[in-house]
Design a protein around this ligand. Structure first.
Ligand code: VG1
Ligand code: CO
Length: 544
């Protein structure tokens, strides 16, 4: 008989069921019944059957092993047939997505707070992915949220911890727990998608790279694939051992947190390409020698060239990007004669498009790129696609970027984040924007005239579901754009994101400084939203 424990509070207290499941401080997760409440609410909503299979894995951050043991006991208490768990409790988010699909699991628990810092005083997170390998859609996350508010018991079994480090199968009551190699299935998939022989060839001829795993989950994956299967020199992967606190850093692959890599890539000692990934391995940073590629540009450049990769030849059906991502990909879609979908922020909105075969490649401005090979964004996949394209085309990152801009024009782009601001001020700013929307068209801000202003609402073309309030868009007559939205993944106060974009046509100013090019949009953003007055900040905390 499963042991039954009663619960009182909802784990979502103070956080709407956002883009990435439940994210809180470790201390919050350590409260009695807390993680259990969330996990039981998931199980109550999905209703496991006697043949149900659950995948469990995380990014190895502090508290990962504890929650995995809790989840295994609860899976046994709730009647699952089998749990598949990565050795050491490790599965990168894209690898978890692949494992769910490959083994036909009913779903999976993905334990991560992504790019947020880890450690006893930092962040932890849990989300549920469905059978297609992707994050649960809003209908499911909404039901989980509702369940957490009424749940009054959770089910578990009394059993000692299982040995997560030993490969193979063990029984917990009637449940079979299978500990698998977290890397092998994923590495095999990558080798099916890309032309590893072509990449090995340029490596042999002296092509060099640095991959910064940021002491997070991609270390073992990158070492096995880049150094192991592709023959890059030992030491190509740096910070390759996953640490529970990521060495005290933010495992966020942007120019601030991966500054060492950036500095190297801008120096005389730069290898041909530099790349990094985040805490759970779903984000990517791409920097060529002397050339940073914005994630929005990366999506467009990859989409324009994806057909050189064996698995994508002749089968690009569509491109999808999140709304705040720049329109660079739209121009590629237009040129290739395929549709471009604009979705709300968060990978779960790509799931239906990918399942329906309407989109092949997807991306977000926040360093997320991926395709229909899994149902999560995939950091290493993006790096390997870049390598495949460079190998097949025989050009450098900088050459590819210039070739692209000469053909499609350049979307100068930046995101300004104001982190940990007071929730009241953030809400007042967004409400002020909403109330003033109707008066914006026609207004002039320096050289810019507003053409359209709206609050983004998305109707899923596959199931017709509507997601409203997904950010404020202000479009200008010259084609530039400002977007305002609040983060759904922060764990402290509110985070305001301001997305700035300006289009420069082919043969225009293609080599200017982004900050200079976006100065009018930055000034307009302040005038339109009153950022200083509402946040008390005179400058953003992070510019990416
Ligand atoms: C951020 C990004 C979003 C991304 C999400 C999860 O969300 O902006 O593009 O999908 O993180 O990424 P928000 O709501 O804070 O802006 V990860 O790497 O946490 O899975
Ligand atoms: Co992530």
């Amino acid at each position: 008989m499963p042991e039954i424990v009663t619960v009182e509070t909802s784990p979502f207290e103070g956080q709407a069921p956002g883009t990435s499941g439940l994210r809180k401080k470790v201390k919050v997760f350590q409260q009695p019944n807390y993680a259990e409440n969330f996990i039981q609410s998931v199980f109550d909503v999905v209703g496991p059957q006697s043949d149900s299979v659950l995948v469990i894995g995380g990014d190895g951050r502090f508290h990962n092993r504890t929650v995995i043991q809790q989840a295994i006991r609860m899976a046994a208490g709730n009647g699952y047939a089998r749990v598949i768990v990565g050795q050491g409790g490790i599965l990168s988010t894209p690898a978890a997505s692949h494992v769910i699909r490959k083994y036909g699991a009913d779903g999976g628990l993905v334990l991560s707070a992504s790019h947020n810092p880890g450690g006893p005083d930092e962040d932890f997170g849990i989300k549920y992915n469905i059978a297609n390998g992707g994050p649960a859609p809003e209908s499911v996350t909404g039901a989980i949220y509702d369940r957490t508010k009424t749940i009054d018991r959770w089910l578990t079994v009394e059993t000692p911890d299982i040995d997560l480090d030993r490969l193979g199968e063990v029984n917990v009551g009637d449940l079979v727990v299978q500990v698998i190699d977290p890397v092998a299935d994923y590495a095999d998939l990558m080798e099916e998608l890309f032309d590893f022989a072509a990449i090995r060839k340029i490596v042999t001829s002296g092509f060099t790279m640095r991959f910064d795993a940021m002491s997070a989950v991609t270390g073992p994956y990158a070492t096995a694939i880049l150094e192991g299967r592709l023959g890059f020199a030992p030491g190509t992967v740096v910070n390759g051992i996953p640490l529970e606190d990521f060495g005290g850093h933010h495992p966020d692959p942007n120019l601030i947190h991966a500054k060492e890599l950036y500095d190297l890539m801008m120096s005389d000692a730069a290898p041909d390409i530099g790349a990094a990934s985040d805490g759970d391995g779903d984000r990517n940073l791409i920097i060529g020698r002397g050339r940073f590629i914005t994630p929005s540009d990366s999506l467009a450049m990859l989409a324009a060239n994806i057909q050189v990769a064996p698995a994508y030849h002749g089968r690009l059906t569509g491109i999808a990007r999140s709304m705040p991502t720049s329109a660079a990909a739209d121009r590629v879609a237009e040129a290739l004669g395929v549709p471009c979908f604009e979705t709300p922020t968060g990978w779960k909105f790509f799931g239906n498009l990918l399942d329906a075969g309407m989109a092949t490649i997807c991306g977000e401005e926040s360093a997320g790129t991926g395709s229909d090979h899994v149902r999560e964004k995939d950091g290493l996949w993006a790096v390997l696609l870049w390598l495949n394209i460079l190998a097949a085309r025989g050009i450098s990152v900088d050459q590819l970027a210039h070739e692209h801009w000469d053909r499609f024009g350049r979307n100068y782009y930046a995101r300004h984040d104001y982190e940990g601001i007071e929730t009241a001020g953030a809400d007042a700013l967004m409400n002020g924007l909403k109330t003033g929307l109707a008066t914006l068209p026609g207004q002039v801000f320096g050289p810019l005239t507003v053409s359209v202003a709206d609050s983004f609402s998305y109707t899923d073309p596959v199931d017709g579901s509507v997601s409203a309030n997904q950010g404020i868009r202000v479009l200008f007559e010259d084609g530039s754009r400002i977007v305002f939205r609040l983060s759904g993944t922060g764990t402290q106060g509110a985070t305001l994101r301001v997305y700035l974009e300006r289009y420069e046509p082919p043969f225009g100013r293609l080599d200017a400084e982004t900050g200079d090019m976006l100065a009018p949009q930055i000034a307009a953003a302040e005038q339109i939203a009153g950022i200083v007055a509402h946040t008390g900040r005179t400058a953003p905390d992070v510019v990416t």
